[in-house]
Design a protein around this ligand. Structure first.
Ligand code: FES
Length: 106
């Protein structure tokens, strides 16, 4: 299990213990994180699972995959750090991950 902190737009923090092998989105939904809608169920076409990695995590998560990049580009997302949590697979290497949630997922 990896400890992951979600920071809501209002600054409130929510800590979960995320299971390896599942996506960050799946872990967030399983733990009742508000603000992760995941309308497409993790198929990388809704864009409602967006998170913004904090600090060093912007680098440690690696670069966006092609599918992820394609969707985020089409959404005209102005923040280059934004990621799709459904495309991030949790592993022990992500222990301590901190991400912010956008103001809305629309
Ligand atoms: Fe739809 Fe991530 S759940 S893009």
């Amino acid at each position: 299990m990896s400890q992951v902190t979600f920071i809501a737009f209002d600054g409130s923090k929510m800590l979960i213990y995320a299971a390896a092998g599942l996506s960050l989105m799946e872990n967030a939904v399983a733990n009742g994180i508000d603000g992760i809608e995941a309308q497409c169920g993790g198929n990388a076409y809704c864009g409602t699972c967006r998170v913004i990695p904090v600090g060093e995590w912007a680098v440690r998560l690696g670069t966006r995959g092609d599918v992820e990049e394609g969707l985020l580009s089409s959404l005209d997302e102005g923040n280059a750090l934004v990621r799709l949590s459904c495309q991030i697979t949790v592993s022990e290497a992500l222990d301590g991950l901190v991400v912010r949630l956008p103001e809305s997922q629309s």
